[in-house]
Design a protein. Structure first.
Length: 333
């Protein structure tokens, strides 16, 4: 009989790997897992309740906000903030930082995308929650401010995502490898299903929105053309796999190998994905699994952020695939 390991037990075991651990990070991660259960409950029954469709507002990105976006955002803030373990939070849906209901003692920062890919919820495509955890830069939680949020991705102490699909899976890393847990609704627990995830050095899939090809720069077009060429020695041509939901595309490539590309374009010269809410946490996960993540020229985790909603191009996935993409972007191929 297989040994069942709950996510809470795994958090505790991970804590033992750090001799200076106080248990705070374990509690924080469990708060995130609990919030994910609340979001999951609504996502799986989204077609049965009046929660689909537009909320009639736009977020700080200028995008229309779905009702489920608002629900997920509210539930995560309330579920996580009530324990006072985070001194400050930031959400893709909020223009500024968020002071949790209780923040007297929390020494950590939480940044999150409450429902990535929500435009797909109406057609039953996988969506997800992405999160990132940092330590405060100072010692006084009451003085936490936006500067605590604007840290390099390399300073993350934990990051992860939850994908709501045919099953609900939470993947996280606290710097000791990457682990995945599948939710069992019969007992209401996340159970260890993917231990020590390692992404292949090279894949056979590429994920990019080729419908925007007319907006791509020549370097990106040349790279895509390269992937389509036939060359058995280098494993080409690659196959296209693009869902349009970042979490879903990333999760597939993490497990099977490949590269996800959202490049700089003529319309979005700085890229479109959010550095703090999407690129940094997924880059942390990717590197912990043996992969690579860059903006085409610089390691994602080394970028010094200047804005809470800063955008970036993103090349993420199998190490060899990302290295090849970088050569094209840097004019070396």
């Amino acid at each position: 009989m297989n040994k069942l390991i709950t996510i809470e037990r795994h958090f505790v075991e991970e804590q033992k790997l750090n001799p200076h651990a106080t248990g705070e990070l374990t509690d924080l991660l469990y708060d995130v897992a609990f919030a994910a259960k609340l979001v999951r409950r609504e996502v799986v029954r989204a077609g049965l309740v009046d929660i689909l469709g537009m909320a009639g507002t736009t977020n700080v990105q200028g995008e229309e906000v779905k009702k489920l976006d608002l629900f997920a955002n509210e539930k995560i803030i309330n579920a996580i903030g009530q324990h006072g373990r985070f001194a400050i939070m930031g959400s893709e849906e909020n223009e500024g930082t968020i002071a949790p209901p209780k923040n007297e003692t929390g020494k950590y920062v939480l940044l999150f995308d409450p429902l990535d890919g929500s435009s797909n919820i109406d057609v039953n495509v996988s969506v997800g929650t992405i999160f990132s955890i940092y330590r405060l830069t100072g010692d006084n939680p009451k003085k936490a401010d936006i500067n605590d949020c604007l840290q390099k991705g390399s300073q993350q102490v934990a990051a992860g995502y939850v994908i709501y699909g045919s099953s609900v899976v939470m993947v996280y890393s606290s710097g000791h490898g990457v682990h995945g847990f599948t939710y069992d609704p019969t007992i209401g627990e996340f159970l260890l299903s993917h231990e020590n995830i390692t992404t292949p050095k090279q894949g056979k899939y590429y994920s990019i929105n080729e419908g925007s090809m007319h907006q791509f720069h020549d370097s990106t077009i040349n790279y895509i053309d390269y992937l389509k060429e036939e060359d058995k020695e280098t494993g080409r041509p690659y196959s296209t796999r693009y869902i349009g939901s970042l979490v879903a595309d990333f999760h597939r490539n993490l497990l099977t190998g490949g590269i996800f590309v959202y490049p700089a374009t003529k319309k979005h010269p700085n890229g479109k994905l959010r550095l703090m809410y999407e690129a940094n946490p997924l880059a942390f996960i990717c590197e912990q699994a043996g992969g690579r993540a860059t903006n085409g020229r610089e390691r994602i985790l080394d970028i010094d952020p200047t804005e809470l909603h800063q955008r970036t191009p993103l090349y993420i996935g199998s190490e060899n695939d990302v290295l090849t993409a970088e050569k094209f972007e840097q004019g070396k191929r």
